[in-house]
Structure formats: C-alpha cells, structure tokens
Design a protein around this ligand. Structure first.
Ligand SMILES: [Zn+2]
Length: 220
C-alpha cells in the first residue's frame, strides 16, 4: 500500500513539476532532450583509461569539460540548481560502456565536501549525481564513507603543486568495515589535475579497499 501511495505521489509531482531537459528547459521525461543530447555529442568522450597512479587503477569520464558541459556544470555548482543532477546522471546511465564497467565494482563513494561549505551550498553536487547512478545500477552507495576533516582553499584558484598540498590529509574514512576488501568507485564531478581524487583514493586504500577506480562526469 505505501508503495502505491509513493508512486501516485511521484506521478502527481510529475504533473505539477514536469521533468525538463537540463539544457534547453523543454519538458522531457528523460531530463535531456534528443536535440540537446546531439548538440553535446562532440564533447562526449566515454573514456576508460588505465592510470599510472599508485592508488587508483582506472580513470573513467563521460565528457570533456568544455563549452556547453562546462557552462551547465558551473550552473549546477554555483546557481543553486540541484535538479541538474537528473540530467547529468541520465547522460551517464545512457552510456553503456561506462555503466557496464561501473557494474564490476562493489560500491560507489562520492568525493565529500566540508560540512560548512555544503551547508552554504545546500548540496554536494558529486553526491547528487553518484547517488542516482548507484541506485539505477543497483550498486551499493556509501555517501559518508569519506568525510572532509578540514576546510581547504578552492582548488580552481591554485596551480598543480598548490592543489596537491591544499588537499593533503584533508579527508578521512569513517566506516572502514564498509570498504574493506571492496572494489570501490570514487566519484567526483570534474577532474582537473586529479589531486583531490588522488588524496581521497589514498585514504580509501589505507582503509582497506581492494581496488579503486575514479569516475568523474567530466575532465578538464
Ligand atoms: Zn533540450
């Protein structure tokens, strides 16, 4: 009975607030219309590459961080538009190559934000996307496996070596038993120099993860 109520409520919400394409704003049940999906096709990368990093094995990313993708991601991050997570996760779910790869892993963990920053923004953009992907692919999701234990400067304002020292020892793993001997996907929205994910992956490795790969929606 509660399930019926829940599904009726979802349908009711769809009527009041119909799902829209995150790019053009037209009503679309997929949160991305065919026209916009075609227009950003040139930025689609579908990349799954083995890395030289000592802690994580592969880096996957779906899009190049340029033009329309960059614009939408900045909007998602700074314009208080959490609903764009639906569009980004839908673009990932439609990507067969990336989905089949993700399904070979046990658990998805998002790169965390510092609690103060998250309270100001209202959401962690990596969490919103990763949660939807994990649900859709039936992969375990551990939102709070990693926490950010100190505030850092905004990475985009720093150069590569400053970025590395800025995030050093900024993360901790609180539920080690959950990731012990697991194949872990660490998710972040954008990859630039990789210092944030490298630092997070280091903590996951030290906490007993068997294998770690990094997945970002886009790569700069
Ligand atoms: Zn559209």
């Amino acid at each position: 009975m509660p399930q019926i109520i829940c599904s009726l409520f979802t349908k009711f919400l769809d009527i009041i607030f119909p799902p829209k394409c995150g790019f053009c704003g037209k009503i679309n049940k997929d949160f991305i219309c065919k026209k916009c999906e075609n227009e950003i096709k040139y930025l689609k990368k579908d990349c799954i590459a083995k890395t030289n990093n000592v802690t994580y094995k592969y880096h996957l990313y779906a899009y190049k961080y340029e033009n329309e993708i960059r614009e939408k991601m900045l909007q998602f991050k700074f314009n208080d538009e959490p609903e764009l997570a639906e569009t980004f996760s839908k673009l990932i779910i439609k990507n067969e190559k990336i989905c089949r790869f993700l399904e070979t892993y046990d658990i998805i963990i998002p790169v965390p934000m510092h609690i103060k920053k998250q309270t100001i923004r209202g959401y962690n953009q990596a969490d919103l996307i990763a949660k939807k992907i994990a649900k859709e692919l039936h992969i375990e999701y551990a939102k709070d496996a990693l926490i950010k234990i100190r505030k850092t400067k905004t990475q985009s304002s720093l150069n590569a070596s400053q970025r590395k020292s800025n995030v050093k020892d900024a993360y901790d793993c609180k539920i080690k038993e959950k990731i012990k001997d697991k194949k872990v996907i660490l998710f972040d929205d954008i990859y630039t120099t990789g210092s944030t994910v490298a630092e997070c992956a280091k903590v996951l490795k030290q906490s007993g993860a068997k294998e770690i790969s990094v997945f970002t929606f886009a790569k700069d």
